[in-house]
Structures are given as C-alpha cells and as structure tokens.
Design a protein around this ligand. Structure first.
Ligand SMILES: [Zn+2]
Length: 283
C-alpha cells in the first residue's frame, strides 16, 4: 500500500479501523513520513485465500466459517447473528487473505472466530475443542494431545479458574429435553425402586434400589455433569444381570417400545443373560 504523500510502499500502522456494510475504513500512518491517510477496502470473499494446515491453499468461503460456527454453538444462533460473526471474522482476516499472492492461515481464522465468540463461553470452548483439539494437522505444535494441553489453554483464557474449587462428584443431570437439574440421589433411588416394586418386601426393594444407585455412582460418580441417558444405561446394565422383570419395567420407561414384537425381541435376548446375585459384581 502506497503512502499518497511520499509513495513509500510498505505496511503502514493502522490507527483506527471502522467497519460498515462490507467496507473497512482505516486510518493509517505512513511508516516513512508519518503522513496520516485513510483507506477503504471493500470486503468480499472473492480473491481471499486460506492456507490450510497441510500447506494447501484454497479459496476462503464464508459458508465454511458459518458451518463451523453453527456446529460449535451450544444454543443455536439466529442466521443474523451467525452472519454478524462471519462478517467480523471475514473483515479481521481480509487484509492477509486478499493480499495478492497471500493467504490467511486456518489457525488465524480460528483465532478470529474465538475472539468473536468471547461472550459465549460454552460455544467458544466447544469451537476450540473442535479446532484445536485436532491431531490430524501437520502444524501440531498448537494442537491439544491430552487433557493437560486443554487445561493449559482453558486456564490461560479464563484465569479466574485458577482457584476454582473443582467438583469431582455428580452435581447435575442433563435431561433429554436439555434441561439440567441438581443430582438427587433419593430421587434416583425412587425411580429404581419403582422398577423393583413388589419384587420382594418393601425393605428388600429399598435395599436393591440402594445397590443399583451405588453401581450408578461407582460408574459415573467422578463426572460432575451426567446425562439422564448415561444414568439409564447404567441402571439397565445392572438390572439386566439381576432381575429381568425389573429390567423390563425400567426399559419400558426409557426405551419407548412401540409394540409386542419389540418386547418379544428384548425378552428373547434376555433369556441368554445369566442372572447373578445382587451382591455379585457384573460380568
Ligand atoms: Zn509517507
């Protein structure tokens, strides 16, 4: 870019950037003479190029960015909001991507997206997990290989977490409708007890519910957030070897059997499963 005053043709410092309606207006200071001048760039994806991690260079497309954002958002964004993020990302990388012979790296695009998702922690972290959590890149230096790599990033990005008292037991259950509630062991035991109701005295049923709840917590107890599906799967796994009628009762509440055939299929399969004692470990 040439300075209109002295003709010096290099990168000039940007003093101010304004964006509107697909245009970037910048105020720059000439690196040679200090002259201040304005530039207007029309942002369009035409001519913008991306250098991917494998070194290949491909055209920049807004739709690819929009797609990656849609996948990451936890609560879906309206089209207008996605477009706003894509606009900002496109503008942020425009200069690098549209430079003749130039290209913006996919890493830089990722950084620009993370910046735009600053107000939505859950989506931002999910985006980072997908983008930075890849191991198929040739520029692996910045990718995460394990959970410690992830934590290093997380603590660097969210320094308030440094003294966060982490929970290491089940605290929340996310239900099928996406709502979450506080984990409630008595409630869990009641739902298990319902499946075993009348399968022995009330005291025995209560004892069995306790044993199943213990199993569930042994399997899931170190996950702060679990889904109701995870809990149901553990209950089914346990009852399947302990009491087939209790199993079928519980299955009838979570598997949504639609007809007699489906019960028959389940029952036939159960005949092959050996019953073990309530105090015996699962096979
Ligand atoms: Zn100049």
């Amino acid at each position: 870019m040439k300075c209109p005053q002295c003709g010096f043709d290099e990168k000039h410092a940007v003093r101010e950037t304004r964006r509107d309606a697909g245009q970037i207006r910048r105020s720059r200071r000439c690196a040679a003479c200090g002259h201040i001048f304005k530039t207007i760039e029309n942002v369009s994806e035409d001519g913008m190029m991306v250098r991917k991690s494998d070194g290949s260079v491909v055209p920049f497309t807004r739709s690819a960015i929009a797609k990656s954002i849609k996948k990451a958002t936890v609560k879906a964004y309206e089209r207008k909001k996605i477009n706003g993020v894509v606009d900002a990302v496109t503008e942020a990388v425009y200069e690098e991507a549209a430079r003749p012979g130039g290209a913006v790296s996919s890493l830089e695009i990722g950084k620009a997206v993370l910046k735009e998702l600053a107000n939505d922690q859950a989506s931002r972290i999910r985006y980072a997990l997908v983008q930075t959590g890849r191991t198929d890149r040739s520029d692996l230096r910045e990718g995460w290989a394990n959970v410690e790599d992830f934590r290093r990033w997380l603590l660097a990005e969210y320094s308030e977490l440094e003294h966060y008292p982490a929970r290491s037991k089940v605290s929340y259950v996310v239900k099928r409708n996406g709502k979450r509630e506080k984990f409630d062991r008595p409630k869990l035991e009641r739902s298990i007890g319902l499946a075993s109701k009348g399968r022995g005295s009330d005291g025995q049923v209560w004892d069995k519910a306790t044993v199943v709840a213990d199993h569930v917590l042994r399997m899931l107890g170190d996950q702060p957030i679990v889904t109701s599906g995870q809990i149901a799967a553990e209950i089914l796994r346990f009852l399947r070897e302990k009491d087939h009628i209790a199993y079928l009762r519980f299955a009838s509440t979570v598997k949504e059997f639609e007809n007699a055939e489906e019960y028959e299929e389940e029952a036939l399969a159960l005949r092959k499963v050996r019953i073990t004692g309530w105090d015996e470990p699962l096979s």
